[in-house]
Design a protein around this ligand. Sequence first.
Ligand code: SF4
Length: 392
Amino acid sequence: MQSVLDRAAAGGRITPQEALELYRNAPLHALGQAADAARRRRYADTAHIATYIIERNINYTNVCVTACKFCAFYAPPKSDKGWTRDLDDILRRCAETVELGGTQIMFQGGHHPDFGVEYYEKHFAAIKKDFPQLVIHSLGASEVEHMARISGVSVEEAIRRIHAAGLDSFAGAGAELLPERPRKAIAPLKESGERWLEIMETAHNLGVESTSTMLMGTGETNAERIEHLRMIRDVQDRTGGFRAFIPYTYQPENNHLKGQTQATVFEYLRMIAIARLFLDNVAHIQGSWLTTGKEAGQLSLHYGADDLGSVMLEENVVSSAGAKHRSNLAELIHLIRTAGRVPAQRATTYEHLVVHDDPANDPVNDHVVSHLSSTALDGGTAHPELKLIDAS
Ligand code: SF4
């Protein structure tokens, strides 16, 4: 086992069988040490830095025909709990994001039965017209499959059109679990994992890069978790289009799976480490404080992660399922610094925008808080009465 860890730490490739053996049986600290060595080797001159981003997740509708069993966010069509934000509302949220120093928009919502390619073209073009400085890092293969079907066009055409309208990159949501058994168990109406990857590969080949994700803790086996990584690595060998891998944990409230299972912090840290070692062709591994908690997020920086996600000014999806962790800009910087790293605000493409190497110069802005606007806030409501803080 140590020789496999040493090989992976030195940048050598490990097999899925070796990854599974390490994931199951390697001592936690040895696993973390090897993953951290792999991270330091990859980043060399900048290994002392850990990054974060300021973004807003604009949830444009919760109406969805796909009814994933783990989802606490969606409302079926015609439900009185369904809502859709209008364009003015979306643009107002973009304006606030810019005012608060955000650089990225994640446009995330349900598979609305009326929203084809035209809907996304119209909204992305409007956002880019008013806010060309915002990067639209949004959607994923599932939304593309859905909008192409609604508009009666190929996924290639759908990707080309939304890219031309303003989409910069895909966020890679909807990967959930890619292997067939766990995917069917939690998202039976979603496209298959192979199809999800095929669409992402098409996007990469059209010049639209993405991140990749994994939803842990809905009852999948360890072997299925490693198989998920293998499927991503194989596509990445061909395209190089996945900028990052972002595992996050299932939240068990208000959905059809309820408290079925949930990944522990121990399993999460092992996954961060194994992802760094196994995904030798993916540059960035992101630790998620939003679903696992701030301390686990901080620890992930010592298990191979080089990025601690975002100050997410708005989030409703995993929050609806019970993710209760909140943070703000000052705290995120503090978490990174006290983990022994120099914090840096990054762009969507991971360039460092500001390196906070002197605590005396840390940004001070009480308004840059996660969940500034969220249905998950106490007293918060769905559109149109969302509580918004006046950024001025
Ligand atoms: S996860 Fe996405 S596709 Fe699935 S039900 Fe929720 S909103 Fe719909």
